[in-house]
Design a protein around this ligand. Structure first.
Ligand SMILES: Nc1ncnc2c1ncn2[C@@H]1O[C@H](COP(=O)(O)OP(=O)(O)OP(=O)(O)O)[C@@H](O)[C@H]1O
Ligand SMILES: [Mg+2]
Length: 520
């Protein structure tokens, strides 16, 4: 590839005398071992526009975004900025052209303040400024886009939504004109999403361009001026957004068939109590993270735990899984005590667990899919790897995991496909028969086709008599799947209702701490 950096780009989007695109990709291709992640992709974005990249897990969205910001270089094809061909050899080079990517996994330094994080890596000799003027400048940039942040706050103390705001302010402070947001809403609660969308409007009003990636089709319809659909690394469609299309159309374009995400509830009467939680409290460093939690989950029943992140969900799940010991109270699985017995014991009692923190606890990035699938199998049995291969291959097929076979390393999977491996392992129950399934946000980051599959598998597990505890911030998901809904607020159960008759307004109010008491 030539290194000339100021050839005039020609491409499908600006023939004639039209203004050049702010940023464009021209027939870019990118190959990873065994996969053509981008195959002659054309893409462009105009000033003041929100252009969404949509596609199934592994379709090539993050790869394209990475080439647009200088993180990866195309194998062939090229990138142009304002119609001029550019070579973006690194993210820093991208930034020099006013392009910044906000990654889903934030790259902030926890113990630094907001302002320190924002100026970190800036080249304009910020260190000669005193702390006060730095704080002022950071606030100024933030407020001009309606992104209020406290420059003196320590990043480690911030919520996920606030951290994301810091990342965006950092990009703007560094002079970004084009922001690439890779699944920014996957980690946000509904109120934070609304706020982010207001910020996006403020930025596009000011002439900035936004490349947006999301699997949430409702959001895509709401925020996008244009949508480009990728499938298997190729562009397969263009749609205009903002009400000109609906979520059903987008789903069909993405996966090539209709998707049904309707209501599914227990079709059989429920059986014995599988999980019993009695008066469980958990105190961490003097803070009551869980207070007197009591509930049961029966055979063939799915109980949903709704709540805004950080209200004790993660600790509740880890306590049930034996990773945390409750300060008081008891837990039993299948009639046997699980309190203080540790995670291996919990598994032996028939627990399968899909934790919140996938890569930290669920998957080992440096291991293959096959070895990750074997990870939680019964330790007393010497596993014959060869005999498990066909099963691994079958799971890869069943879960539509985009990989070149069982030996594919976990860290080389796209975000959604890594998640599918974890779900495949826990839902396939290859070891001790699963009695209790505890799943945290099982469909976060998955494309609509995969969401449909996972929901069906959860429903099948329920029909087969497993007890399921579904912990999710996705209220729609809980409302459409759970037989019973409990709302966790500040470590206590603030509301309980049957799924069938649950009112979204009432559940939402309880999540916000606006009601107390248990009824229904
Ligand atoms: N660093 C890498 N090494 C090897 N293969 C990779 C690498 N990054 C991505 N791939 C592969 O390239 C393809 C496209 O991945 P990409 O991450 O762009 O998908 P995506 O559309 O962002 O998916 P998701 O919605 O799951 O995040 C996938 O098959 C993935 O396994
Ligand atoms: Mg991705």
């Amino acid at each position: 590839m030539s290194n000339t950096s100021h050839e005039v780009a020609s491409g499908p989007y600006h023939s004639g005398g039209a203004a050049p695109s702010a940023l464009s990709a021209h027939s870019v291709s990118k190959r990873f071992p065994g996969v053509l992640a981008n195959d002659s992709v054309d893409f462009d974005i105009q000033p003041g526009e929100v252009h969404t990249l949509l596609g199934e897990n592994g379709a090539g969205k993050s790869t394209l975004a990475a080439m647009l910001c200088g993180l990866y270089q195309p194998d062939s094809g090229y990138i142009a900025r304002n119609g001029q061909r550019v070579v973006l050899s690194s993210p820093r080079a991208g930034l020099q052209h006013g392009i910044a990517m906000v990654h889903q996994h934030f790259r902030l330094v926890d113990r630094f303040t907001v302002a320190e994080n924002v100026i970190l890596g800036s080249r304009n000799l910020s260190f000669v400024l005193d702390r006060r003027s730095i704080n002022e400048r950071v606030s100024e940039v933030a407020e001009s886009y309606g992104l209020p942040i406290d420059p003196t706050a320590t990043v480690g103390d911030l919520s996920v939504g606030q951290r994301q705001r810091v990342e965006i302010v950092k990009a703007l402070y560094q002079g970004a004109e084009i922001l690439l947001l890779d699944e920014p809403t996957a980690v946000l609660v509904p109120a934070e999403v609304e706020k982010l969308f207001e910020n996006v409007h403020a930025m596009t009003q000011a002439g900035k361009s936004i490349v947006f990636i999301s699997h949430k089709l409702g959001e895509v319809v709401e925020i996008s001026d244009r949508v480009t659909v990728l499938r298997g690394g190729k562009v397969t469609g263009h749609v205009s957004g903002r009400g000109a299309t609906d979520t059903k159309d987008l789903a069909r374009l993405m996966v090539g068939r209709d998707i049904n995400l309707g209501t599914q509830r227990a079709s059989h009467p429920t059986g014995h109590e599988v999980l019993q939680i009695r008066d469980v409290s958990l105190n961490v460093n003097g803070v009551n993270v869980l207070s007197n939690i009591s509930f049961n989950v029966h055979e063939g029943e799915m109980v949903g735990i709704a709540g805004v992140a950080g209200n004790g969900q993660k600790e509740l799940a880890d306590t049930i899984a034996g990773l945390l010991s409750p300060t008081s109270g008891s837990i039993s699985i299948g009639g046997a005590t699980a309190t203080d017995r540790g995670p291996i014991h919990a598994r032996e009692l028939g627990l399968a667990y899909v934790p919140e923190d996938r890569l930290g606890m669920g998957l080992v990035p440096s291991m293959s899919i096959l070895d990750n699938l074997l990870l939680t199998r019964d330790r007393h049995i010497v596993v014959d790897r060869a005999s498990v291969r066909p099963e691994a291959t079958r799971l890869i097929e069943q879960f539509e995991i985009k990989a070149n076979g069982p030996d594919h390393l976990a860290r080389k999977l796209s975000g959604g496909n890594a998640q599918k491996v974890l779900l495949a392992r826990e839902l396939s129950g290859g070891r001790t028969a699963t009695k209790l399934l505890v799943v945290c946000s099982p469909t976060r980051g998955l494309d609509v086709g995969a969401i449909e599959t996972v929901r069906r598998l959860l429903d099948d597990a329920r029909s087969a008599g497993q007890a399921i505890l579904l912990i999710s911030e996705d209220l729609d998901e809980i409302m459409s799947l759970a037989d019973r809904i409990l709302v966790l607020y500040r470590g206590s159960i603030a509301h309980e209702t049957p799924g069938e008759t649950a009112q979204i307004a009432t559940v939402g109010a309880a999540m916000a701490g606006l009601t107390t008491g248990v009824n229904g």
